[in-house]
Design a binder for this molecule. Sequence first.
Ligand code: BTN
Length: 263
Amino acid sequence: MRPLSRESILDALANFDTSPFGTQVYYQPRLGSTNDLARDLAVQGAPEGTLVIANEQTAGRGRMGRRWDAPPDTSLLMSIIFHPSLPVERSPRLVMACGLALAEACHELTSLPVQVKWPNDLQIGGKKVAGILAESAVSGEKAEWIVVGIGLNVNQVFEPGDPLWETATSLRMAGGNEYDRAAVLAQSMARLKSWYSRLEDEALTEAWRKRCVTLGQRIRVSTAAGELIGLAEDIDTTGALWLCDDSGRRHRLLGGETTLLYP
Ligand code: BTN
């Protein structure tokens, strides 16, 4: 397998029309967090589509204050800078577009059934294979910039006893092969270009719904405001989840930690 490098990334991107994604590429073998470098670059005015990629992170961050750890040489660890024109309350659609693009690219390259899980995860066979962390600076109705950070487990092998064994997987574990991280990245950016051009289209919501493991399921959602249990009915055009609790009350949720409660 070709090691990840700036050259391998540029070579893979050259196979597709991904512009603006990957027009500027910052690759670092070792970095604190790609989201942190991407944020600094965004503040300095780096253009939309700038990619920050690392082979290893020493301070990778997950959602809800968690860490994101991955052994070197195994993962796709990247951040994408956006300067979107959509109103800030619709910015979760960016995460939907990124998640969908990544899921489609992974499926294309591996034939695995990759699903999206509201709000920010990808999973295969009920186990998490990728997470997305979006961070932004908002001014008035618009985001000045949004950084979407993606951590995709590509070639990890979790052993029994590993804390992630029960809950996480990788493309390699699910597919039985090692995969080229640069190829996954380039294919994802080609898909993202396509979805980003249709960010406000119903087609994005529809495609996301079709790939979603959450909808129609009984779920528990933990939020800063507490915990809710009920049926995940639908997502709306802003990316919010509508949950109907056991007393029939409907809740519009903007984020949280979701657990599927199988009967
Ligand atoms: C989650 O909690 O599921 C989101 C995980 C996001 C991890 C990625 S790895 C690349 C980018 N840089 C970070 O520090 N975090 C994101």
